[in-house]
Design a binder for this molecule. Sequence first.
Ligand code: DX5
Ligand code: ZN
Length: 218
Amino acid sequence: MRNKLAPSLLAADFSKLESELQDIADAHYLHLDVMDGHFVPNISFGAPVIRRLRPLTGLIFDVHLMISHPLKYLEMFAEAGADILNVHVEARDDIAECIKKIRALSKRAAVTVKPETPVEAVFPYLGPLDMALIMSVEPGFGGQPFMPEALRKAETLASYATRHGLEIDIEMDGGIDVSNVSDVLNAGVSTVVAGSAVFGKTREETRRRVREFLHLMG
Ligand code: DX5
Ligand code: ZN
């Protein structure tokens, strides 16, 4: 599976999103962190912002729903332009129902685990899943330090998937930069989210950081 870079919009300058998107155009996914102030202690942005961004870039939209009740909003995010819909296994809704709904909307389905949740929590859902996201920080904020315990979880998931003949894209999110991205990939991760390590102070810096990541990711 080819490695993918997913810059997280949360670290971008929200007053100039169009140029920020141009500067990360060589990446693969745009990681979009939706926070409801309930599932996580922070509020970010919702479907109207995603809808406005959709025509500005060809990147695949990877929507990370840090919300307590994703089920009733899946259709709205699909219509806004999401390609991948990521629900937390710790959310209050029936996860199997969420996955069924995402697939019925013809979108790619992903399930996410918080740092304190064992990765085994996603095993029952792996069959119909396209991707599993392992958080390497406590969700809610960008710019936090990487939790190395996440690497073991990726290894566990990767070997379980191999043993059971399951194709699954493993994504990791939080605290990833050019110094630890190789460890992340070596643990079996194929999709790397990076926010503060991608968006720089200048346009040139952002472009350079994307190039650096892509170089290290092979
Ligand atoms: C945290 C978000 C992450 C975050 C990553 O709740 O899910 O996607 O934006 O940001 P960095 O790479 O700065 O840790
Ligand atoms: Zn995220």
